[in-house]
Design a protein around this ligand. Structure first.
Ligand code: NAD
Length: 266
């Protein structure tokens, strides 16, 4: 039985992870639920919060003294870095779903993974991770003969853009074509942009309503185009992926992994 700690336990994803853990109740148990110090959820039962009924795990405001094997983190980049330092010092494994980490914050996670096992994945859904492979295959097949654009849509509460998944799709495609995304990404167009140059990878972002998450990679040639699209209709899909990652991690001691590793797509 893997003991799961959840940080950001009262958040949209945190509550879904509690629900997903309930589905895998024969293999995983939520033993720790932590929220930000100013959260109104402190003291509440995390099962009741998640709508599955009380599980006698109160939400607290600290990881100190907590009992868990793997920490699942869907919070905020600055908090994630602190949680990674805690897990490194305490020798606990970690699943990081938080997106929007900058290079320095990512380095902190990589450093932690020298000592502990970490899964870092901007998107934990099986379908999206399959799309990473399909996009790689399409990029290799089309080569430099197509224009490539990545379009993503999310709910109005999302705070980072483009999404971590869109950026990852960009990295996968750029690397399949021997390009560096930092050099070829175009994140905005307005006014007299001039003609599109073929080697760029364009991004477009939509933020609206309650869209859970949609991504399309578009490969447009003269005379035909291929679109690889993923649409998430429920956050539970990411939460099931996070629980699957936690179970997979329980068998590993150290190293940085992603969902491709967890799903055997690597
Ligand atoms: P949310 O705002 O609903 O939840 C975040 C929670 O973290 C909040 O309840 C907040 O109080 C809590 N929090 C903040 N600082 C904390 C701290 N120091 N300690 C404990 N808790 C703290 O956001 P969300 O929609 O659940 O998304 C959270 C993150 O997960 C975002 O970065 C989002 O982009 C990402 N996300 C990733 C995936 C994936 O598959 N990897 C899927 C969905 C969302």
């Amino acid at each position: 039985m893997v003991k799961l700690g959840i940080v950001g336990a009262a958040g949209r994803m945190g509550r879904c992870v509690v629900q997903a853990a309930q589905v895998a109740v024969d293999r995983v148990r939520v033993t720790t639920a932590v929220e930000a110090v100013d959260s109104p959820a402190i003291g509440a039962d995390v099962g009741a919060l998640a709508g599955i009924g009380a599980i006698e795990v109160p939400v607290t405001d600290t990881l100190q003294g907590a009992d868990f094997d793997v920490l699942v983190d869907f919070t905020h980049p600055s908090a994630t870095v602190e949680h990674a330092a805690f897990c490194r010092d305490a020798g606990r494994r970690m699943v990081v779903g938080t997106t929007g980490l900058d290079a320095e914050q990512r380095r902190c996670i990589e450093q932690a993974a020298d000592s502990i096992a970490v899964v870092l994945a901007p998107n934990m859904s099986v379908g999206v991770n399959l799309c990473f492979r399909l996009a790689e295959m399409a990029a290799k097949t089309f080569g430099d003969e197509v224009d490539i654009e990545i379009v993503e849509a999310h709910h109005r509460h999302k705070v980072d853009a483009p999404s971590g998944t869109a950026l990852r799709l960009g990295e996968v495609v750029a690397s399949a074509l021997g390009r560096d995304l930092d050099d070829c990404a175009v994140y905005a167009r307005q006014g007299q942009t001039g003609q599109r140059s073929r080697e760029t990878i364009g991004f477009a972002t939509i933020r609206a309503g309650d869209i859970v998450g949609e991504h399309t990679v578009l490969f447009a040639a003269e005379g035909e185009r291929v679109e690889i699209t993923h649409r998430a209709s429920s956050r539970l899909t990411f939460a099931h992926g996070a629980v699957r990652a936690a179970l997979w991690l329980a068998e590993r001691d150290r190293g940085l992994y992603d969902m491709q590793d967890v799903l055997g797509l690597g």
